[in-house]
Design a protein around this ligand. Structure first.
Ligand code: BG6
Length: 481
């Protein structure tokens, strides 16, 4: 197992979950600033995945009382020098972060960005380069200026494309000499699972069916991504720009052909945004699916050419878990186009019920390589776990080391199989607020941040055991795991 010489070892974060300082320098609020943590015992398990308009109105009316953890993040905004120094100490080659749209354009509609926001990201990039770290920048990691969600219903409205492209053109013009790796949208496919989180949508406020609203939004996101990619290729010749999906690698529960077919269909659904972003056109199966299911899209003018001209340079994924798919009515209820995923009895699960499957990463990387034949970047992977900060400031996290080691091995094997992998950026390299649970105490990091779910704590940083382990992995280019 040997990793390429220039393999980009690093870690990943997002502005909304990490930056905090939600109102510094005139920053506008994002739609994630209105997601709050509700203990699982009080609410439907899928919260905050299912934010509705009523919930949002309630949150807006109780700004002062509720616990909005994304507003605090891990306070990277005030700790960025110290944090990047820690990444440098681990030997990071790259650091995945995202830019907060509303830190630059508070409502998303301004013509000119805020000077403080612009300067902040220059400072961050400068600090990264001081340690030889290449920033890998996601242009949008979910967080949409709340004004655009309120007034346009997020990505359902075609005007979002114009506002977003104005924003991304600015990013490219301003930062292209400091940033050589870009991702347009984080997990673009998540809008199908979580319309509010992924697309700033209140589907119940839309004049269309839920599915039409979601796929309309996704269409606009794909157009906005393609226009950004095209502009990047025209104006910046010194880097790469990619897409990203949450990759869901699933297996049939049995070898019954119906289960195999359902698994294949689920996989087509999972891949189709990447199909479009890599190949430049909608696959036939999804157009047929729209027709059969009365999904009506207002196609963006000249969309076919825009998509063709905006193909990405690399494909990226988050990869955390796998599941199994059954068509047996006693085992699973079909949900729309999807079939409910079941836990794979051969996998161990995390404390949050995610099935751990390193070999699945090798399978997925090979599958994507066969399908797209372009470089792949694993930009998220990791274990969310409860950690304990000891009295002497140490954190012993052998479970995290075991998880990451097994996944790095599987990735190395995929590279030996012939897959071109650009790099690996495990999620939440410094602890941050979890997205699905709005929890600080679901931790992924090599660095512990002293804060709890309510925001109590010093926010001081502590190196975990995995910090020293990963430092060695990078130093030996994956030879010592
Ligand atoms: C990915 C997201 O889906 O999963 C991240 O891009 C998120 O934003 C990560 O944090 C892990 O999920 P969670 O719910 O454990 O934070």
């Amino acid at each position: 197992m040997s990793f390429p010489k220039n393999f980009l070892w690093g870690g990943a974060t997002s502005a909304a979950q990490y930056e905090g300082a939600y109102d510094a320098g005139g920053r506008g609020k994002s739609h994630m600033d209105y997601i709050r943590r509700i203990p699982k015992e009080d609410k439907d398990k899928t919260f905050p995945i299912n934010v509705t308009y009523d919930m949002f109105l309630d949150h807006e009316a109780h700004e002062e009382e509720y616990n909005f953890a994304f507003r605090r993040g891990s306070d990277f905004y005030h700790h960025y020098k110290e944090d990047i120094a820690l990444l440098g100490e681990m030997g990071f080659k790259t650091f995945r972060m995202s830019i907060s749209w509303s830190r630059l354009f508070p409502t998303g509609m301004e013509e000119e960005p805020l000077a403080d926001g612009v300067a902040f990201y220059h400072d961050v990039f400068r600090e990264c380069h001081k340690y030889g770290i290449e920033p890998l920048v996601t242009m949008i990691h979910y967080d949409i200026p709340i004004h655009l969600t309120k007034t346009l219903n997020g990505w359902e409205d075609p005007r979002m494309v114009e506002y977003f492209v104005r924003y991304t053109k600015f990013l490219i013009d301003e930062y292209k000499d400091e940033v050589h790796y870009w991702i347009t949208f984080n997990e673009i496919n998540m809008v199908m699972n979580s319309p509010y989180l992924g697309g700033g949508l209140f589907t119940e406020r839309s004049g269309r069916s839920r599915e039409s609203c979601i796929h309309q939004a996704l269409h606009h996101m794909l157009i906005a991504s393609a226009r950004t990619v095209k502009y990047y290729h025209e104006t910046a010749k010194n880097g790469m720009i990619g897409n990203m999906i949450a990759r869901l690698q699933n297996y049939p529960y049995t070898c019954k052909s119906a289960d195999v077919l359902a698994t294949q269909q689920q996989s087509q659904f999972n891949y189709f945004p990447t199909d479009i972003q890599v190949k430049g056109q909608y696959p036939k199966f999804i157009l047929n699916y729209y027709q059969k299911n009365d999904i009506v899209i207002d196609w963006y003018p000249d969309h076919e050419n825009i998509l063709k001209e905006g193909c990405v340079d690399f494909a990226s994924i988050s990869y955390y878990h796998t599941a199994v798919i059954s068509t047996d009515p006693d085992k699973a209820e079909p949900i729309g186009a999807f079939v409910r995923n079941l836990t794979n009895p051969y996998n161990q699960v995390t404390d949050w019920g995610w099935g751990i499957d390193p070999t699945g990463l090798r399978i997925t990387l090979n599958d994507m390589h066969d399908r797209y034949n372009i470089p792949i970047f694993v930009v998220e992977n990791g274990l969310g776990a409860h950690d304990t900060l000891e009295a002497d400031g140490s954190v012993h996290d052998p479970y995290r080391i075991a998880y990451l080691k097994a996944h790095i091995e599987a990735m190395g094997e995929a590279i030996d199989d012939g897959v071109e992998v650009l790099g690996y950026t495990p999620w939440g390299c410094i602890d941050l607020v979890s997205c699905g649970d709005c929890q600080m105490t679901k931790r992924y990091g090599f660095v512990y941040v002293d804060a709890d779910d309510e925001g109590n704590g010093t926010y001081q940083r502590y190196r975990k055991d995995s910090f020293y382990w990963y430092q060695k992995v990078i130093e030996t280019n994956g030879e010592v795991l």
